[in-house]
Design a protein around this ligand. Structure first.
Ligand code: 6R9
Length: 646
């Protein structure tokens, strides 16, 4: 681990909202008087009816219940748009930068209001009502933001499905939340390549029922199939509606959105977030972590299909009246300089991206960065996976020219917003550490026997109490919520992450300790990839683990046992990769497949993943205890035929 420490510069300590003394004070108050603290923080947003109660939460086994500001009434879209109209109607709300560098657009708060109202009226005209679910399968175009805010405006619950997911994955998510309407585009455009979104929706809808309407946004102008009854063009519908759409008053605990995320077992879970607490938390973290001041240009490179896009492209920034940049493209198109060119083009001050992108760009050397100015940059951020100190140093030295602090923000889909992070005016930085807890966050590190460890230690990361942005339930399955997050360590929320705390009380996230792998910052359940593989006629058994990958952080390593009599050929290997890619989506494609005559199992038939992980990581000397194996010879064969990293 890196031992370097970067002090807070005097300029940062004085310009930032929070310096170290203020952090200490506010943190102490946030844990000693959470009701007072959060009651005050909640005043940062507008309430139609003020709340009288702040926290009402329980992590008690059998009674998991999370409510914040529960008798308050608000509307999230009003807070993100209408509230700003008196002061900043002409200010840019969204800068949209297209895949093609010549394609960009600025949307003011007034235009955002009009577009969102039109979209909301289209939904209302199709009988979408408060509480109905709306599936959004869109590329990174402004209409994705309009659609999400339109749902929030009328109280519908959006479920955004990342546009890289396959028809089957989309169908599964539509079915789980019973959406009656799907919003998509003719095609997406990324890195010069087209993605057949409408065709994917058509394929998905062959596998699920109950969808009455498909709204299609024109992006590329491709000639796509349109069902006479079910499908209609967004632009045509938008001509029939007005730009006036009253906001639905919502209770703080009314759902805002569902976002599907992978876990250690079974199919992806619908993480449910509600209105009041989520918005307060997204807005507050956005302001303090990025030290967002009026007039700043802020860019988060995530996709709106992930939680980072929800909280830190859309809801947090817009609740703060910010200018937020939305980027349709990829870091290396048309060249490796694209990110830095966009920063110069739009004078970006705050830039938030993922370690996988940093590592990929770092491989291209310093020149593509150095040929750009980046003088507008003031702060850098990282999210999605642990950032290795080498990538951190490069990001700091080359991209930020030693002048921009880096906020390494740890959080999850489930947490709604950032929980462990430096604050740029308050926290000394250590490359690779997410540093200290945000206000109201009480991390604990536990050992396997559920002992809470003190001081310097390493173990499993739990959160001892609730915060307003916490997920409320798994959509339609509260028992699964309790089982997944509250059963390993009763009375605490278990994150699924391993963590070390150093002598300064800094937290170092070491990665997932469950059967979730983090590929390029995207979560993938090993069980999902396994069930896709075994669905192939030639596969008898499969076990999937993660292994260290230079760019992606983790790669997907699949051990596959074939049906008797099937030849393990290169061709079949390719076929299986393509199979999973088609079944789940490109992010789930195995990087390496090892054909295994059999898998290491205990005498009771359990696959010993610990051993498979060690082999994939090329650490056969640390296999540990193999005495419980039914057939120890299996391991030798696996070690001998281990696939090499590409
Ligand atoms: C926001 C987001 C969550 C998982 C999380 C952890 C990993 C995220 C991290 C990080 C180390 C960071 N993770 N940020 N690990 N340092 N700064 O990524 O949500 O897609 O749900 O993933 O990502 O393992 O548990 P999500």
């Amino acid at each position: 681990m890196s031992e370097k420490i970067y002090d807070v510069s005097p300029e940062w300590a004085s310009r930032a909202f929070i310096d170290d003394a203020k952090y200490q004070d506010m943190y102490a108050r946030s844990v000693s008087d959470p009701n007072g603290f959060w009651g005050e923080q909640a005043q940062r947003i507008g309430w139609i009816k003020p709340f009288t109660k702040v926290e009402n939460t329980s992590f008690a086994p059998g009674h998991i219940s999370i409510k914040w500001f529960e008798d308050g009434v608000l509307n999230v879209a009003w807070n993100c748009i209408d509230r700003h109209l008196p002061d900043r109607a002409e200010q840019t709300a969204i800068i949209w930068e297209g895949d093609d560098p010549s394609d960009s657009r600025k949307i003011s708060y007034r235009e955002l209001h009009d577009e969102v109202c039109k979209f909301a009226n289209i939904l209302r005209s199709r009988n979408v009502q408060k509480g109905d679910r709306v599936t959004i399968y869109l590329p990174m175009i402004p209409e994705a933001a309009f659609a999400m805010l339109a749902c929030a405006r009328i109280g519908a619950i959006h479920s955004v499905v990342f546009a890289g997911f396959s028809p089957d994955s989309l169908a599964q998510r539509i079915t789980d939340c019973q959406s009656k309407i799907v919003i998509t585009a003719d095609e997406g455009l990324r890195g010069g390549r087209k993605v057949p979104l409408k065709a994917n929706v058509d394929a998905a809808l062959k596998k699920c029922e109950g969808v009455d309407w498909v709204v299609v946004v024109k992006r590329t102008g491709a000639d796509v199939f349109m069902d006479d009854v079910r499908d209609f063009w967004y632009a045509e519908a938008a001509e029939m509606v007005t730009t006036d759409c009253p906001c639905e008053p919502m209770h703080a605990e009314d759902p805002l959105f569902i976002l599907y995320t992978s876990g250690s077992t079974g199919q992806p879970k619908g993480v449910l977030h509600t209105s009041g607490g989520y918005l307060v938390f997204a807005a507050m973290t956005h302001q303090y972590v990025f030290d967002y001041h009026d007039g700043d240009i802020y860019w988060c490179t995530a996709d709106v299909g992930w939680v980072t896009g929800h909280s830190y492209i859309l809801y947090g920034p817009l609740a703060n009246g910010a200018t937020t940049l939305m980027f349709e493209g990829v870091p290396n198109y048309p060249t490796n300089s694209r990110f830095w060119e966009v920063i110069d083009k739009h004078k970006v001050n705050i830039f938030y991206t993922a370690p996988t992108a940093i590592r990929a760009l770092m491989q291209g050397g310093d020149e593509p960065v150095k040929k750009t100015s980046r003088k507008s940059l003031r702060l850098l951020g990282s999210v999605g996976e642990p950032i290795n100190p080498e990538a951190w140093e490069w990001y700091h030295r080359v991209v930020g020219e030693d002048r921009c602090p880096i906020v390494d923000t740890w959080w999850q889909t489930e947490t709604g917003g950032i929980l462990i992070t430096p604050l740029p005016g308050a926290t000394k930085l250590k490359p690779g550490s997410a540093t200290r807890p945000f206000f109201g966050v009480v991390p604990q590190i536990l050992d396997a026997d559920a002992n809470v460890l003190e001081g310097e230690c390493q173990g499993n990361l739990c959160l001892a109490r609730s915060w307003p942005g916490q997920m409320r339930t798994v959509y339609g399955d509260h028992a699964r919520f309790e089982q997944t997050y509250f059963s390993a360590y009763p009375g605490k929320y278990f994150t699924g992450d391993g963590c070390r705390r150093d002598a300064d009380g800094y937290y170092w996230i070491t990665g997932r300790v469950d059967d979730v792998i983090n590929v390029s910052g995207h979560r993938m359940g090993t069980a999902e990839v396994e069930s896709s593989l075994v669905a192939h006629a030639k596969v008898s058994e499969a076990a999937v683990v993660g292994y260290p990958h230079d760019i992606k952080g983790q790669g997907i390593y699949a051990y596959v046992t074939l049906m008797d009599g099937t030849e393990p050929t290169e061709e079949l290997r390719k076929e299986l990769v393509a199979w999973v890619r088609k079944d789940i989506g490109p992010i789930a494609s195995p990087d390496l497949i090892q054909f295994a005559p059999s898998l290491p199992k205990t005498r009771s038939g359990k696959i010993m993943r610990r051993i498979l992980r060690k082999i994939a990581e090329d650490e056969p000397s640390t296999l540990g205890d193999t005495s419980t194996l039914a057939d120890p010879a299996v391991v030798e064969d696996l070690v001998e035929h281990r696939q090499n990293k590409r």
